[in-house]
Design a protein around this ligand. Structure first.
Ligand code: ARG
Length: 458
C-alpha cells in the first residue's frame, strides 16, 4: 500500500519505485518509528483529537507489530516504499479503520526527522559508552607505565625521553575531547521535531511539548521549517566520528610502526593479528591497518552529507533521504573500530627494555646536557653549540653521550664535572620534567588520579 495513491492515475514505474524507496535502509529504525508513533497518538488523545479508545487500539496494534518484528514473526516487506508506510499499512491491516487515524496531524517529513534523531541519539549513547571503555583502558595502561621510559618523537625522529604513560596520556586527552563533543551534540540536537508537519505545523491543537517530554527530549523544536530540514546534528555527529577515526588512525599508525621488526616496541597479540598466505614468518597488524583504512570511509560520509545539504532550499527535499546510509555505515564502522582498538591495546605487549634502550640511543638527552651547562652558568646558545659538537663526536665514535669519559667531556668544555652522567640519565631526563602536562612521574601520578576521577563522573 502507498500512502499517497489518491491523486495518481497510473502505477509508479518499477524503476522509479526502486529508485525512490528507502525501506532497504530505513528499516533500521523500525523501533524508533513505532516509538514515535506511540508518543504521537498518546498526545493526540490527550489533546482530544483521538478518543482514548482509538489511542489504546492503535498503541496495542503498534506494540504487536514491534513484538512481531523483533520475534521474526513479521517480516518487513521489501515492496513498501519506506518503514513509515510499512508500519502504517500493517497497522491498518491488523486493526482496520482506526489505524487510518495514526497519521493525523503528521507528515512523513516530521516523522522521518524524528526517527533519524531518535536513532542517532540512541547511537550516540552507545558510542559514548565505547569511548568510556577505551578511556578506562588507556588510563589503566597509563597507570601501569608511569616509569616506562621511551623516546618521544618529533618529525618521527627521536627527540626527548618521555614515558609510555605520557604518550598514552596524549591519547586520553584526545578521546576525552571526543567524548565531550558527543555530549555537546546530544544536548544540541535534543529537541523534538514531531508536530512540525510537512513544513508549516498543523491546524490541529497538537501539544508538542507533551510529545517532546514523552520521547525524553528537552523541548519541542522552535521552527517547523527548520525542524523538517535540519540535518546539522548529523553533520556534527559525522564530524565528531571523523575526529574519533582520525585519533584512532594516528594511534594505529604508531602501533604499526612500533610493531615492526625494526622498532619492536610492542607485540600485537596473536588474537589481533593475521598471517600471510605465502610468507610463513609473517604476523601482520591488519586490525590496526583496517582501522586506519576505514577512517577514509567515515570522512567520506561527512563529505557526502555536507555536499547533499549544500544549496538545498527550505524546507524538506528528497535529497535528504541520502542522509541515512552513510550515517548508519559511519556509526557501525566507528563502533566496530573503537571496540577492536580497545581489545587490541588491552592485549598488546609492551617491550619496556626495547623502548628504554631506544630512548637511550638517539641523543634524546642532548637538550638535558645543554641544560646542564646552562645550570653551570653557560649561556644556552653556547651550551647548544657545545653539545652539538659532542653529538658529532659521538656519531663519529658510534657511541652515546653517556658513554663519553669525563676527559672527553672536558676536552670540549671544562665546565663538565662527574655529575654530568647523573644529569643526563634517562631517569633524570624524565623525572625532572614536572611542569603541568610534562612526563615526570610526579605529574603523571596526578594525571592518572585526575583521569580516574573524571571516569567516575561518567
Ligand atoms: N524516506 C523519506 C526520507 O528518508 C521519508 C520522508 C518522505 N517525505 C516525502 N515528502 N516524500 O527522507
Amino acid at each position: 500500500m502507498k500512502l499517497w495513491g489518491g491523486r495518481f492515475t497510473k502505477e509508479t514505474n518499477q524503476l522509479v519505485h526502486n529508485f525512490n524507496a528507502s525501506l532497504s535502509f530505513d528499516q533500521k529504525f523500525y523501533k524508533q518509528d513505532i516509538k514515535g508513533s506511540i508518543a504521537h497518538v498518546t498526545m493526540l488523545a490527550k489533546s482530544g483529537i483521538l478518543t482514548d479508545d482509538e489511542k489504546d487500539k492503535i498503541i496495542a496494534g503498534l506494540e504487536g507489530i514491534l513484538k512481531d518484528i523483533e520475534s521474526g514473526d513479521l517480516l518487513i516487506n521489501e515492496s513498501f516504499e519506506d518503514i513509515h508506510s510499512f508500519v502504517e499499512s500493517t497497522l491498518i491491516d491488523r486493526i482496520g479503520d482506526t489505524g487510518k487515524k495514526l497519521h493525523t496531524g503528521r507528515s512523513r517529513n516530521d516523522q522521518v526527522a524524528l526517527d533519524m534523531k531518535l536513532y542517532t541519539r540512541d547511537e550516540i549513547v552507545e558510542i559514548k559508552a565505547l569511548v568510556v571503555t577505551l578511556l578506562a583502558e588507556l588510563n589503566k595502561l597509563l597507570g601501569e607505565n608511569i616509569d616506562t621510559i621511551m623516546p618521544g618523537f618529533t618529525h618521527l625522529q627521536k627527540a626527548q625521553p618521555i614515558t609510555l604513560a605520557h604518550h598514552l596520556g596524549a591519547y586520553f586527552e584526545m578521546f576525552k575531547r571526543d567524548y565531550g563533543r558527543l555530549c555537546d551534540i546530544y544536548d544540541r540536537m535534543n529537541y523534538c521535531p514531531l508536530g512540525s508537519g510537512a513544513l508549516a505545523g498543523t491546524t490541529y491543537p497538537l501539544d508538542r511539548e507533551y510529545t517532546a517530554s514523552l520521547l525524553d527530549f528537552k523541548a519541542a523544536t522552535a521552527n517547523s521549517m527548520d525542524s523538517v530540514s535540519d540535518r546539522d546534528y548529523i553533520i556534527e555527529l559525522l564530524s565528531a566520528l571523523s575526529t574519533i577515526m582520525m585519533h584512532l588512525s594516528r594511534f594505529c599508525e604508531e602501533i604499526i610502526i612500533w610493531n615492526t621488526n625494526e622498532y619492536q616496541f610492542v607485540e600485537i597479540d596473536d588474537a589481533y593479528s593475521t598471517g600471510s598466505s605465502i610468507m610463513p614468518q609473517k604476523k601482520n597488524p591488519d586490525i590496526a591497518e583496517l582501522i586506519r583504512g576505514k577512517t577514509g570511509r567515515v570522512y567520506g560520509s561527512l563529505i557526502s552529507i555536507l555536499t547533499t545539504m549544500k544549496g538545498l532550499p527550505l524546507a524538506y527535499n528528497k535529497d535528504m533521504q541520502e542522509d541515512k546510509e552513510f550515517t548508519f555505515d559511519a556509526i557501525d564502522t566507528v563502533k566496530g573500530c573503537i571496540s577492536l582498538f580497545t581489545g587490541m591495546i588491552s592485549t598488546m605487549k609492551f617491550n619496556n627494555e626495547r623502548m628504554k634502550s631506544s630512548a637511550a640511543n638517539g641523543f634524546t638527552n642532548a637538550t638535558d646536557a645543554a641544560d646542564y651547562l646552562v645550570n653551570k652558568g653557560v649561556p644556552f646558545r653556547d651550551a647548544h653549540g657545545i653539545i652539538g659538537k659532542l653529538v658529532l663526536y659521538c656519531i663519529d665514535k658510534n657511541c652515546s653521550l653517556d658513554d663519553l669519559s669525563l676527559e672527553e667531556y672536558k676536552a670540549i668544555s671544562p665546565v663538565f664535572e662527574n655529575d654530568i652522567y647523573e644529569s643526563i640519565s634517562m631517569e633524570t631526563c624524565v623525572s625532572k620534567r614536572n611542569t603541568i602536562g610534562a612526563p615526570g612521574q610526579a605529574v603523571m601520578k596526578q594525571v592518572f588520579k585526575a583521569n580516574e576521577e573524571f571516569l567516575k563522573t561518567l
